[in-house]
Ligand binder design. Structure first.
Ligand code: ATP
Ligand code: MG
Length: 579
């Protein structure tokens, strides 16, 4: 590639409205240009990177026995209505009509189309399992497209779907895809974690996200310092104590606490630590289906004073309304006799209309402080068994994890890091095959519903994620495996100096003949501009050819990530680059 013939519109200054390094650098290095909010054109160097990423993805997927297909971006509404997602997807899905007024959408994902394909084309267990993937454009009308191609509206995704008859067979493929994703990201030299995640609107039972660690990441993950345990913070679990606490010794004492409505205020007033207090929140329960007259129960949730309620975990508890809704203060007052700020578990009469759950960390406390269910009064010296008996099933994991607490697998402690989700694999179970009646004949000759998995990877987002991890103050530092070229030759005074021109062309031809990807800066630009652009574009190896060094039979070689360059003969450079 000769720079003089390529569209590489580099920019000297940081563009406005680019908040993260990858977005800034992708614009400055001339990889992308914005067309509309969240919609981009990819320029030649950007396309090279995309192609290299896709090559790695294809190689690893084929090695894992997945087969490439190509499904349409424009999809009929009828399939989405069958799965029920036409209504569920809301305004993130772009919809359109054809000239006959038939409804279509721009594909945000492809479960419906692939399930339709498989139910038509696969009839027997003998043809299973099948693992189909594509690399295709997706459109999602994101509320807040931002960070360039990291969260765009039009983007390229690798999406794969597998089909099975039995769970063990599915599990093997899921594991294989887990390994495959790890191999792909490792080949891109990325630091990443596979985390236990929530399934969102794709649905299904279980899922893992592949998070590239980066300060600018939108997700917060908790991981063990000593094991593979990692989860989105909202999903991370806490280590259950194996034993209940020894009984406390203090006496239960009522204390007036006027104006102390928060844990901090109560703790300060009583000279205690927030970890010695408990807080009690009330949320709505689910109404009893059989008795529509009865109001929905109230659910009391008890946490240690310094802990935060985790909505995701709480919503899943029996009797709790989902989505979680804080209870009306007037209802709480009527049921318990006190307002928010003076609530507690002592003397709460649990019944069909009042359910109580206690986080296990709160259940471990002895001689604790809690609201007395009388306005402006608290108890000190409260103890569970004596003052408020708990059944085992009331003690649950209700809270967000905090940094430094033991990892739930008992190995190491939890640390937090920000991550960019570049991949997501799901166990879909029979969600789509049930809804769309995708069955095959099993070995006994009966129709059986297919079990599905789905596996997404953001190809365009990966480019941004790689740059987030691999850049310095001067520009991008591409990992070798995805760089738009292997070697950047800077011909200083190219075109004017016959020696430089001849030596640069010779180096260019020789390296290319060895199978290397080479970018030759043959532009009529000042050396300073060539150096700055080379740093910005970030090709791993740089060879600078100038008159002064050529007189001594030398050129300058520098690795993009090295602090200094070395003077070498052209032959020595060739030997190093082709070793
Ligand atoms: P997010 O939580 O970031 O919105 P998601 O859960 O909606 O992601 P999936 O539906 O699992 O994403 O899509 C698979 C992959 O596609 C993601 O892991 C991500 O890499 C990529 N992706 C999703 N949305 C976008 C987007 N708006 N722009 C670029 N890539 C995206
Ligand atoms: Mg999303």
């Amino acid at each position: 590639m000769r720079a003089s013939q390529l569209l590489i519109p580099t920019m000297k200054e940081d563009p406005a409205d680019a908040d993260v390094a990858s977005h800034r650098l992708m614009l400055r290095a001339g990889l992308i240009r914005q067309v509309a909010a969240g919609i981009y054109t990819w320029l030649p160097l950007g396309v090279k990177v995309l192609q290299r990423i896709q090559e790695i993805v294809r190689e690893e997927l084929e090695a894992s026995n997945a087969q490439e297909v190509l499904m349409p971006v424009v999809q009929p509404a009828s399939l989405w209505k069958e799965s029920g997602r036409w209504d569920e997807m809301g305004s993130e899905m772009a919809r359109l009509h054809d000239r006959h007024d038939n409804e279509f959408c721009l594909s945000p994902t492809q479960e419906e189309v692939v399930t339709d394909l498989v139910r038509r084309e696969i009839q027997s267990y003998k043809e299973l399992p099948r693992n189909l993937y594509q690399i295709q454009t997706k459109f999602r009308d994101e509320i807040r497209p931002r960070f360039g191609v990291m969260r765009s509206r039009e983007f390229t995704m690798k999406d794969g779907y597998s089909f099975h008859l039995d769970q063990d067979n599915f599990n093997a493929t899921y594991q294989e895809m887990h390994h495959c994703y790890s191999r792909i990201l490792t080949r891109m030299s990325l630091k990443f974690r596979a985390v236990d995640a929530d399934t969102g609107n794709i649905g299904g039972d279980n899922s893992h996200e592949f998070q590239v660690l980066a300060e600018s990441g939108e997700d917060l993950i908790a991981y063990s310092t000593e094991s593979d345990y990692a989860a989105n913070v909202e999903k991370a679990t806490t280590l259950f104590p194996t034993e209940r606490p020894a009984p406390g010794t203090a006496e239960l004492t009522r204390i007036d606490t006027p104006d102390a409505k928060t844990i901090d205020a109560v703790a300060q007033l009583l000279g205690a630590d927030a970890t010695q207090c408990i807080k009690t929140l009330f949320v709505d329960g689910v109404a009893d289906d059989d008795n529509s007259e009865a109001p929905a129960p109230l659910v009391a949730l008890v946490l240690r004073g310094d802990h935060e309620l985790n909505e995701l975990k709480t919503e899943k508890l029996a009797g709790v309304a989902s989505p979680l809704k804080m209870a009306d203060p007037a209802r709480i007052k009527a049921a318990v006799g006190a307002g928010i700020g003076s609530l507690g578990p002592v003397g709460l009469n649990t019944s069909a209309s009042l359910i109580l759950y206690v986080d296990h960390s709160a259940a471990q406390l002895t001689d604790f402080i809690c609201g007395a269910n009388t306005d402006d009064v608290h108890f000190t010296g409260a103890n569970w068994a004596r003052d408020s008996a708990l059944a085992d099933e009331q003690i649950r994991d209700l809270r967000n994890v905090i940094e430094g607490e033991p990892s739930p697998d008992g190995k190491g402690v939890l640390a937090f890091a920000r991550g960019i989700e570049v991949g997501h694999i799901f166990q879909l179970g029979t969600k789509y095959s049930d809804a769309m009646n995708a069955t095959v004949l099993n070995a006994e000759g009966r129709q059986q519903t297919l079990i599905m998995g789905c596996y997404g990877m953001g190809i365009t987002r990966l480019v941004a994620a790689i740059i987030e991890q691999c850049h310095d103050d001067n520009g991008i530092c591409w990992p070798d495996s995805v760089a738009p070229a292997d070697v950047h030759i800077l011909g200083l005074n190219y075109g004017k100096s016959a020696e430089v021109t001849a030596a640069s062309d010779r180096m260019y031809d020789t390296l290319r003949a060895q199978g290397l990807r080479v970018l030759l800066d043959d532009r009529k630009e000042r050396p300073g501009i060539k150096f700055a652009d080379a740093d910005l574009i970030g090709i791993p190896h740089r060879v600078t050819i100038g008159d002064r060094n050529l007189k001594n039979g030398e050129v300058e070689y520098r690795r993009r990530t090295a602090a200094d360059s070395e003077l070498m003969t052209p032959d020595a450079v060739l030997a190093r680059l082709t070793a």
